[in-house]
Design a protein around this ligand. Sequence first.
Ligand SMILES: [Zn+2]
Length: 194
Amino acid sequence: MSLRTVKSLPEGYAFHGQIDLNKAEQRIVRLIHLVLGLVPTVLGILLAPPFTQTFNVDNLMLLAIKTLTVSIGAILYIIGHEAVHGIVMWQLSHVKPTFGFSIRNGNAFAGSTAYFAKTPYLIVALVPLLFWGVVLGALCVLVPRDWFWIVYLIQILNLSGAAGDLYVSIRILKMPSDVLVQDSGMEMKLYAKS
Ligand SMILES: [Zn+2]
């Protein structure tokens, strides 16, 4: 059944293929990334114009602090996003996840040796986007008005950064119901009943 997540490959299953994004698919991911970055940016500018202050020496210090906050926030967000992938993987499979950073692709990743059925894998892929979406959305409302954009920029990073997760989810959604997914973080292998 599709809720199964296992530590080793069940009998009767065989390697079915690998999700490698070809050039056209990479272009689709980049397009999703762009749209999920641009749409909330434009909405934010319309709803809460970011440049209502004139800049002078007095608020230059504040601007520097805000820039530093966004930079640190972005790094913490990337760690937090992968941490949620890892925690969900661990909770569903009871297999310790691995974390890393790919210099070649320039991205952080969480991976596991477990074999995830379709529904659990979709949960693994989408929970970081949803969890941080809610947390950052709440923070956007709670922080003082002039700190809104600091949090909102991280929210934009959350949305646009999930382009790959969303694309992979759509691909997995179209797979046969008995598919098992093994995601090392660097590559995704698929297994099906042979
Ligand atoms: Zn992700």
